[in-house]
Every structure is written in structure tokens, then in C-alpha cells.
Design a protein around this ligand. Structure first.
Ligand code: HSE
Length: 408
């Protein structure tokens, strides 16, 4: 018999309870386990639910109950989630979390605590919602040297971009809809400014390359500067604008993690991932490339990944399932993004082709409906990002926008 507790009864927490109770008999039969839910921790009251008797406001009820061997942490945020998770691990209780901020900021320490106490720290739900990506990376693909990972890692921004592009919905309306559907973070700035995708690329980078990558070390841009004009030029170029989280090994053996909007050509699988869906491409020496796709946010999709971890812990009690990566003190293994070679989409006004070609060389000009006479948009040849940025600085206020071209 395995008993588990759920910390937090918000969107994902209530989804986790709902999914488990709905499928409990099937789960126990098919996994050959005897799993049951004992507690739900939340400071709020939830009267009138069929499982209202399971609520507690005191973490000590869970910590001091030896019957509870698995804890699902779905509260979000670092505090108090970190304190609760560490306390559970220190008591030898396995923890399964959807909390990407917690994993991105404290993952190395929590993995170490789990190892020291003979339990597991699992976080399949932290990245890509329902998509299995953590487990494939550290088990199914474990024989390979991973060279790069890139994907659409935030459902809210992908939903907003889709609504803006296909339904011509305003940014504010699309964001409000994503919030109503339970996709967005409590503070949606974390979605639209790229912090959420950044946490996820930190987790995937740490996992793929074996050293903890902290969010502060990663260059991150969101979609707040993106305009419908940029979207039109992307269409004319033959692609779409997507918020991409990526990491790759560089020639000097460092890694380059980054989050930024990108022009993605329509032939690339990532260009066709719409709505709240996420997609992650992984590149490695043996398997070449694989692609993972599914719902990246939302109540039940995220609950599905949380419960997958809980079931795994219940099935394999006493087994070391946690992956591991080393902590890192300095970002000396992170490449300076300005050294990367990129092609860039640039939109300027009050310039002319002679000035642009003198600066950037042979560019590919783009057009859009309603393009003002004094506006130019173009794709540069590939060059070091630092040198392109120096040219943009020279152009100063003439620059209306710039977006990197995705090239993996
Ligand atoms: N706000 C996140 C997203 C939730 O939109 O992707 C899932 O991590």
C-alpha cells in the first residue's frame, strides 16, 4: 500500500486529485499497485467536495505520517514549496513536482537530498506539461551524447501567438483567455517575458549536459516586443514567429542556453505547433533527432505528468529513479550569446537599401501588406550576433524590431 499527499489544490493540484480519483481502479490494476490519496494540503477551505475530508492546513500532518511515502508538490513558487519539499525528502518521502521554478532554482540541491535519503525527486510535469520529456532524456536517450535541445516550452505564449496570428485577436484578449483556461502562471509576466520558458530550458539543459544551469545565467527575451508587423513579415518570409527555448553545445565545449522569439520556417516541425501545444526537439549522436509533442499546460495534462511520476514512485519503492546532475557555482560553461552565429530579421524605418547593404551585405528583403514607404524589413546573412548588434546600435532609433532566425 502506498499513500500519497498533494501539496496545493490550485489548477494542477485539483486536476491531480480529479485524475487520480477518476482512474484510481485502473491505475492500481494496470500498475499492480495499491495507491491511495491521504492528504491534500492547502491554506484555503474546500467544503462540499467528495474528498473534503482529506484537507489539512498543516504540513506536519504529512511529514509525521509514515504511511505517506510519496508527495506531489503542485503549489508553484519557491517558498514555501522548497521548504516543504526539502522536509519531505529529508524524511525519505519521494516528491513529484510540477514546479519548474523550484526545479530550475533548487534542482541540484533537491536531487542531492533525495539521493542522501533513499527517495526520489521527480519533475516530469515541470517541463512540457503532459509531454514525456524528462524521463526520455534521462533514460530512453541515456546512451547518447546530447548536442542540442530546442522547443516551444510555454503554452501560454504559443496560445497567444496562435490567437494573434490566426484569429487576429489582441494580445490582451488572448492573454486573458489563456488565464481563464488555466494555462498562465499566477503572474503571467513569467509567461510573456520568457521566465517560464527560461526555467524549462534550464531544467532541460541541466539534464542534457549534467550541470545545473541557473535561470540568471540564461539570455532571455519574451514576446512583449513582438508586433503584428513582425508576424506579417514572418509570413512573407515563409514561416511563423515562435518563442523558442534552446540549448546547444558550442565548438569550444561550452553550452549556449537561450530563450527568444524566432522566425521559424514553415518546413520546421516547430512552426506547426499551435495553440497551447508544446514541442521539443532533441538532437544526439546515436538517435540523430527526436521530437516530442503534446499539451504544454492546463489542469489535466499537467496532472497526467504529475500522476505518472507518483505511480512510478509507487511501483518502484526503494529504487533510485532520480536522475542526477552536478551543482555549478559559476557560469563558466555558458557561452556568451553574442559569439553565436545567427541570421537576423530586422525592421527599420527612415533608412535605405544602400545603407542597409553597406552595413549588412546581401540581405533578403521582405514585404507586407500596408508596408509604409519608409520601412524596410530584411533577413541578414549569418554573422556573429555581437557584430549584428553593433550595426543595430549604429542604426539606433531607426530600428523597429529584430528577431533571430531559428536554424537547428
Ligand atoms: N504557464 C505555463 C505555460 C504552464 O503556459 O506553459 C505550464 O508550465
Amino acid at each position: 500500500m502506498s499513500k500519497f499527499a498533494v501539496l496545493g489544490h490550485g489548477v494542477v493540484g485539483s486536476g491531480t486529485v480529479e485524475l487520480f480519483l477518476k482512474n484510481k481502479d485502473r491505475i492500481n490494476k494496470q500498475s499492480n499497485i495499491d495507491l491511495d490519496l491521504k492528504y491534500i494540503l492547502d491554506i484555503r477551505d474546500f467544503p462540499g467536495l467528495p474528498y473534503s475530508d482529506k484537507f489539512t492546513k498543516d504540513i506536519n500532518d504529512i511529514l509525521n505520517d509514515d504511511e505517506v511515502t510519496i508527495v506531489a508538490e503542485v503549489m508553484g513558487g519557491v517558498h514555501p514549496a522548497y521548504d516543504f519539499v526539502l522536509a519531505c525528502l529529508n524524511k525519505g518521502k519521494s516528491v513529484c513536482t510540477s514546479n519548474k521554478e523550484l526545479v530550475a532554482k533548487k534542482g541540484a540541491e533537491l536531487l542531492k537530498a533525495a539521493k542522501e535519503h533513499g527517495c526520489n525527486f521527480m519533475f516530469e510535469a515541470s517541463t512540457g506539461g503532459a509531454i514525456p520529456i524528462i524521463r526520455p532524456l534521462h533514460s530512453c536517450l541515456a546512451a547518447n551524447d546530447i548536442t542540442a535541445v530546442a522547443g516551444i516550452l510555454n503554452g501560454t505564449t504559443n496560445f497567444i501567438l496562435t490567437k494573434m496570428i490566426t484569429d487576429k485577436m489582441s494580445f490582451a484578449d488572448a492573454l486573458a483567455m489563456a488565464q481563464r483556461l488555466g494555462y498562465a502562471e499566477k503572474n503571467p509576466a513569467a509567461d510573456v517575458e520568457g521566465a517560464d520558458a527560461c526555467r524549462k530550458i534550464c531544467i532541460l539543459s541541466s539534464l542534457a549536459f549534467g550541470r545545473h544551469v541557473y535561470p540568471d545565467w540564461v539570455y532571455c527575451e519574451g514576446i512583449t516586443e513582438l508586433t503584428l508587423e513582425d508576424v506579417s513579415y514572418a509570413e512573407n518570409w515563409g514561416g511563423e514567429v515562435k518563442l523558442i527555448g534552446s540549448v546547444k553545445r558550442t565548438e569550444d565545449g561550452k553550452i549556449l542556453p537561450m530563450v527568444a522569439p524566432r522566425f521559424v520556417c514553415s518546413g520546421c516541425q516547430l512552426a506547426n505547433i499551435d495553440d497551447v501545444f508544446n514541442g521539443v526537439m532533441v538532437f544526439g549522436d546515436g538517435f540523430d533527432q527526436v521530437m516530442f509533442y503534446g499539451r504544454g499546460a492546463g489542469k489535466l495534462p499537467t496532472a497526467s505528468a504529475v500522476m505518472g511520476d507518483v505511480i512510478d514512485c509507487a511501483k518502484r519503492t526503494g529504487t533510485d529513479l532520480s536522475l542526477f546532475w552536478e551543482d555549478s557555482e559559476e557560469p563558466d560553461f555558458i557561452e556568451d550569446y553574442q559569439l553565436d552565429t545567427v541570421q537576423m530579421y530586422i525592421r527599420v524605418n527612415n533608412s535605405d537599401k544602400a545603407e542597409i547593404e553597406k552595413l549588412f551585405g546581401e540581405v533578403e528583403y521582405l514585404s507586407r501588406e500596408g508596408q509604409p514607404e519608409n520601412e524596410l524589413a530584411f533577413i541578414t546573412p549569418a554573422a556573429a550576433e555581437g557584430s549584428l548588434n553593433a550595426k543595430l546600435e549604429y542604426l539606433g532609433e531607426k530600428v523597429l524590431g529584430k528577431i533571430r532566425v531559428f536554424d537547428m
